[in-house]
Design a protein around this ligand. Structure first.
Ligand code: SF4
Length: 359
């Protein structure tokens, strides 16, 4: 297996072999990924202050705790002033970037609201806060308006690159279409966003072959950023019925770390986030993600009182903390990994910049 780590181009079977690596070989995989990360993106971790401003969603994804059909959720929607306060907190604490995330809504009131918020956030930070949006599927016109208003990165997870599996974890209707998701990703790329996507790891019905295909999809689509983490079941969701098919959580975590490490080897200069779901399984999960190739962390800057109501999955960590606690806790945790924090730096995807460079 060690020979695979020195290959320039991993094929599907190579990836499956790496995903099945035993303990000893996994150590070699992690160490190779860490070496590549240091060489290509450095040992710096960049912050994206995450503002989960509303858990109101029009969709019904089978794995998600805030799906429209779940009546056991307290729905909330921060005011514009509260959202701007979160952005100000991120700016004043040198985070350099924020992510605006919410359940998915597609209507003109929502589009206009986001457009105004983007303008306001740029204004309050003298144009210095970088902004990522994670607001699901929208029309090309809306994506373009948000880009014009100052957003330059967009996260839209494909969740699974296997259409059949995608269809098993979503309702079978036009609001949950694999083709639409793919089209949205293409539109975002065309407009000029740094595009991020990602998948869930350890889903029921998912095979190692599916995961290898997910990694091949990320390379083929030439993504700039990836956020992927272990699937964690939520009791108020239809997919919970299949929990007996799941790997034990520690194994899902290990698979998640292997996916990050292999992706770092395949796509050396992209941004990879250490997803919060890693920490939901292991208190040191995100730090482990950083050690094996991730270089982005999304500290939650949503006021603590709302975090408990934004649970896409169970056991989400840090739901009872405030943003101040997060910053201090993270600084200590990141320095333990031998990385430093890129305060006041956007930390944009090097891969994106290289693509834009004229030949
Ligand atoms: S995954 Fe996103 S779009 Fe799907 S139900 Fe949850 S919040 Fe809504």
């Amino acid at each position: 297996m060690r020979d695979l780590l020195n290959k320039n181009y991993l094929e599907k079977q190579d990836i499956i072999t790496l995903l099945s690596a035993n303990e000893e070989d996994t150590k070699a995989l992690f160490s190779k990924a860490s070496e590549i990360k240091e060489k290509h993106v450095g040992n710096k971790v960049y912050f994206r202050g995450l503002i989960e401003f509303s858990n109101i969603c029009g969709k019904n994804c089978y794995y998600c705790g805030i799906r429209a059909g779940n009546n056991n959720v307290n729905r909330y929607n921060l005011t514009d002033d509260e959202i701007l306060d979160c952005a100000r907190f991120a700016y004043e604490n040198h985070y350099a970037s924020v992510v605006l995330q919410s359940g998915e809504l597609a209507n003109e009131v929502f589009s206009k609201r986001i457009e105004n918020l983007l303008t306001e956030i740029k204004h309050l930070s003298n144009n210095r806060l970088g902004i990522t949006l994670s607001l699901g599927e929208q029309s090309e016109e809306v994506y373009q308006r948000w880009f014009n208003a100052g957003c330059h990165r967009y996260l839209l997870r494909i969740e699974s690159a296997n259409k059949e599996l995608f269809q098993k974890i979503h309702p079978n209707n036009e609001h949950h279409s694999f083709e639409t998701r793919l089209n949205c990703l293409k539109m975002l790329k065309k407009i000029g966003y740094q595009v991020g996507t990602g998948v869930m790891i350890g889903l029921p019905f998912q095979t190692l072959e599916d995961l290898a295909d997910d990694l091949l999809f990320l390379r083929e689509f030439d993504v700039d950023m990836v956020g992927m983490g272990p699937y964690i079941e939520h009791p108020d969701t239809p997919l919970y019925e299949y929990r007996d098919l799941l790997l034990p959580r520690p194994e899902r975590l290990q698979l998640g770390l292997k996916m990050i490490a292999i992706l770092r080897i395949m796509m050396k200069d992209i941004n990879i986030a250490a997803a919060t779901a890693l920490q939901a399984i292991d208190p040191m999960g995100r730090e482990k993600g950083i050690k094996v190739g991730a270089n982005i962390i999304m500290p939650n800057v949503t006021p603590g009182e709302y975090r408990n109501s934004y649970k896409l999955y169970s056991d989400k960590p840090c739901t009872d903390e405030n943003p101040d606690d997060c910053t201090q806790c993270l600084e200590a945790r990141i320095s333990m990994t031998g990385n430093t924090i890129g305060f006041d730096e956007w930390g944009d995807s090097k891969h994106f910049k290289e693509k834009k460079r004229p030949e």
